[in-house]
Design a protein around this ligand. Structure first.
Ligand code: PLP
Length: 392
């Protein structure tokens, strides 16, 4: 019997999906589980976007997309969105590839830029898939750990220390999953300087850009003219438009790199679903108030979660600038984040993801999504409060 590759053993299942599956399994066994391990909006996709997809299906938009890198109206809508929202100018026909989801866009970007053994700087806490996808395409992830004590600031000196002759790229995610940190102008400038001095690509994952709080501005690295030709933007419909199941994302960047990514896309996915692309055109060019309604709702839930966790003995929850995750930590217990996540699961029947999954080695952080029903969030905080003495 042949075996799957050594690489497959190394990668395994995404820890957030694994915890989510665990929550579903407990619920199926009859437990009253509060699952906050996932990462998707609890809203339905706005009706005008659904209608556009249905119309496209009825109109026969059910064949392979042409061109495979994205239908022209969508490439143009993305280019207009980049100019309008991000002050980034791209050529729609040569600088954008539409993919079935932002995750695949990230995969294609890394596949197009890394030779085997090339290193990628990944500030931690990081989204779980960055190191795995880097490894899957033959690269080497190099984590650069930042700390909740100073609001997860990225520091040029710290990044410089992790450079090597093999460093080829850095991945930036602002607002960040799992911390919610939004990079300041000074941090963006630091990343830009590093990229110039070490000749790096920058992957700027902007999938949570619309979900920022307290009016904190979210700026794209691609808007800095000196580095615009080395930035690849990753974005998609999942988070801002509540379209996780539609699988629609894109990457935008310098045309030689996009040409390589486009070849890989056409040789694997072929294209994103054609009618889904029509729905994405409706989302990007239609009314944007639905996005603002959802954002405000996340902001209210953010306020509740931060105050709630900070009122629990032995727990503290740093400020959250964006996205929809709380990342509280248990104070100085000596317990690992896995131990804490398991206590919360066993005793409070609330599912979160241990900080170790996001590359945190110092403190016991747990990530809880607050893109969930308010009553569920209230119950989760109360249940955790009820077992707080067990966390110490
Ligand atoms: C930081 C980050 N980037 C990218 C993605 C990819 O999203 P999708 O593949 O649904 O577009 C996610 C999804 O959880 C994410 O959290």
């Amino acid at each position: 019997m042949p075996n799957p590759t050594q690489l497959a053993k190394k990668i395994g299942k995404s820890p957030t999906i694994a915890m989510n599956d665990k929550a579903k399994q407990l619920a199926a066994e009859g437990h009253d589980v509060i699952g906050l391990a996932g990462g998707e909006p609890d809203f339905d996709t706005p009706p005008h976007i659904v209608e556009a997809a249905l119309k496209a299906i009825r109109d026969g938009e059910t064949r392979y997309a042409a061109p495979s890198k994205g239908i022209r109206p969508l490439l143009e809508a993305i280019a207009q969105k980049l100019e309008r929202d991000n002050a980034v100018r791209v050529n729609p026909m040569s600088d954008i590839i539409v993919t079935p989801g932002g995750k695949l866009a990230l995969f294609l970007a890394l596949k197009a830029m890394l030779d085997p053994g090339d290193e990628v700087l990944i500030p931690a806490p990081y989204w779980v898939s960055y190191p795995s996808i880097t490894t899957m395409v033959g690269g080497v992830p190099v984590a650069v750990e930042t700390s909740s004590a100073d609001g997860y600031q990225l520091r040029l000196e710290q990044l410089r220390e992790r450079l090597s002759p093999r460093t080829k790229a850095i991945i930036i995610n602002s607002p960040c999953n799992p911390t919610g940190h939004v990079l300041s102008s000074a941090e963006l400038e630091a990343v830009a300087s590093l990229a110039l001095e070490a000749d790096l690509y920058i992957i700027s994952d902007e999938i949570y850009e619309k979900l920022n709080f307290d009016g904190k501005p979210v700026r794209s690295l691609a808007a800095i003219p000196e580095i615009a030709d080395r930035v690849v933007i990753i974005n998609g419909m999942s988070k801002a438009y509540a379209m996780t199941g539609w699988r629609l994302g894109w990457l935008a960047g310098p045309s030689p790199l996009m040409s390589a990514a486009g070849s890989f896309n056409s040789q694997t996915a072929t294209s994103a679903a054609t009618f889904t692309q029509h729905a994405a055109v409706a989302a990007l060019t239609g009314p944007q108030d639905c996005v603002e309604v959802m954002r405000q709702s996340y902001e209210e839930r953010r306020d509740f979660m931060v105050a709630g966790f900070n009122s629990i003995p032995n727990m503290s929850c740093p400020a959250i600038d964006g996205a929809f995750y709380a990342f509280p930590k248990v104070d100085e217990t000596g317990k690992t984040s896995e131990e804490v996540a398991n206590i919360i699961l066993d005793e409070a029947v609330v599912v979160g993801v241990p900080g170790s999954a996001f590359g945190v080695t110092q403190d016991a952080h747990i990530r809880f999504s607050f893109a969930e029903d308010f009553n569920k969030l209230k119950a989760a905080v109360e249940r955790i409060r009820g077992i707080a003495d067990k966390l110490a």
